[in-house]
Design a protein around this ligand. Structure first.
Ligand code: IDP
Ligand code: MG
Length: 150
């Protein structure tokens, strides 16, 4: 008899931003991710160039906070990760909390660790399509697309 798993796993991209690394909160944030039942499929620390950060956030290039955002994202290294779980895109955004930490729900990562709407500790993809693009921006498929390893 063949037992098939009915769950549809989804992947999303997480970034632990420079403020997260500076606060030495990487371990605590990763622990929350794992406690929330995500599987970490790929993980890397990288110091973004202005070109990379600007390109990653190109969707915001006309926003008043774009220059501030690029400067912030390049002020130190970040940790990028592919997270996998059922409905991962929404689940990771829920765990992160609202963009503005003062509006984020208690118990969310941004509420507990972030200082402001600009320095808000973590990034998460906002749709399945953007998640695919953002994962591809940082990782080669061969780094994380392997079959389940459990
Ligand atoms: P998100 O990270 O919750 O998806 P976005 O609206 O996509 O929020 O904004 C991207 C990032 O730009 C935010 O996480 C934050 O770092 C920064 N940002 C957003 N809004 C503001 C703002 O009003 N002032 C300064 N920085 C902002
Ligand atoms: Mg966004």
């Amino acid at each position: 008899m063949v037992i098939r798993r009915m769950k549809t796993l989804q992947q999303t991209l997480a970034i632990l931003k420079p403020d997260c690394v500076q606060k030495r909160a990487v371990g605590q944030v990763l622990a929350r991710i794992e406690a929330a039942d995500f599987r970490i499929k790929a993980l890397r620390m990288i110091w973004l160039t202005r070109r990379m950060a600007g390109s990653f956030y190109a969707i915001h290039k006309d926003k008043p906070f774009y220059d501030e955002l690029v400067s912030f994202m390049t002020e130190g290294p970040v940790v990028v990760a592919v997270l996998e779980k059922e409905d991962a895109v929404q689940a990771w955004r829920t765990l992160m909390g609202a963009t503005d930490p003062s509006k984020a729900k208690p118990g969310t990562i941004r509420r507990d660790f972030a200082d402001s709407v600009s320095r808000n500790i973590v990034h998460g993809s906002d749709s399945e399509e953007n998640a695919r693009q953002e994962v591809d921006f940082f990782f080669s498929r061969c780094e994380w697309a392997a079959e389940d390893y459990e």
